[in-house]
Design a binder for this molecule. Sequence first.
Ligand code: SAH
Ligand code: SF4
Ligand code: F3S
Length: 374
Amino acid sequence: MKYFIVTYGCQMNVHESEKIAGILEKLGYTLADKREEADIIVFNTCAIREGAEERVFGNVGNLKKLKKTKKDLIIVLCGCMTQKEATAQKMLRTFPFVDIVIGTFNLPKLADYIAAVKKGRQLEIWQEGEIDEVLPYKRTSGDNAWVNIMHGCNNFCTYCIVPYVRGREKSREEQNILNEIKGILAEKKYKKITLLGQNVNSYGKDLKKPVSFAKLLKDICALDGDFTLSFMTSHPKDLTDEVIDVIASEKKIEKYIHLPAQSGNNRILALMNRKYTREKYLSIIEKIRAKIPNCRITSDFIVGFPSETEDEFKDTLSLIKQVQFDSIFAFMYSPREGTVASKMENQIPQSVKNERVNKLLNEEKRIQKETGKR
Ligand code: SAH
Ligand code: SF4
Ligand code: F3S
């Protein structure tokens, strides 16, 4: 019996697919080289932009032929896209050959859905769930081990679907994280530990006994072993001086911060509900550069947010010029149903978004040539 997993989206999903692999291997499945050889195929989906969802629809559709030749093949859809009840229902209707459709919170019960599939197609979407501390991971990222430190997000940036499909912020107990990392280090296979969370800097605030992210970093660095520690993603509004100091002083922490700015214009940042200004962002960059010389800094930007004018977009260009990031990701705003921004007036035409994203990437190329950065 063999399995194949197709993963879309962020590192969080990549890591969650390691959990899916762990569940399937416990059931006796082994990894197939390609999907045609698999007895079970899992699509771990992403909902962040429309393009991500379209790819899932296309690729699931392609499985129809395979299912015809292989009647016992089990097809599972899970992840952020199917967490949306309406989308999950639509997928079940569109793809009669799909067997199991579940949301992000139902994953720990995957083995039960597989066992029940003989009785009929399974659809279940929970709206919340407990953090699973039991199921094993089948790690797949070479000498890097992902470690999730928190689930969900409380920020509700107005463009973003994540809080709706991943729920509210829930931190793992510090001791559970430390134990997991001790176990990873004991295996002696991993050189790098990467902590994952949508906003790692707010780690621990929700725990009964709150723990700061800076303390977590220090406690991990104090563990025996020769390893590099990194983390993502940092939200500028929560990146404290204490965290910057810990990165500066701890040898084990990689000198790298991914700090998504999203826009360089204050009106747009406020509309995005990012809770910082351009000036605040720049002051954080200054602090990082002063305390951690040679720190690599990367960022994400969204162009074409509703009502963004050409001049406001130019503020984003000037921000990337001013900061000289080591690299950036630029996204065209994609309206997500149910989010505040999707209902805002003055949505920007696709052609303008295309233009702006190209301008941004060209400017970035020009800056990198000039500064000799990659
Ligand atoms: N929690 C992280 C990452 C979230 S998703 C953070 O806060 O930075 C990764 C990136 O996708 C975001 O930084 C943003 O730039 C982009 N993104 C999110 N929603 C989007 C949308 N609706 N349209 C276009 N890009 C989006
Ligand atoms: Fe989305 Fe904002 Fe949360 Fe990041 S911080 S996941 S962009 S709502
Ligand atoms: Fe990640 Fe996509 Fe979900 S970016 S959290 S897999 S919506």
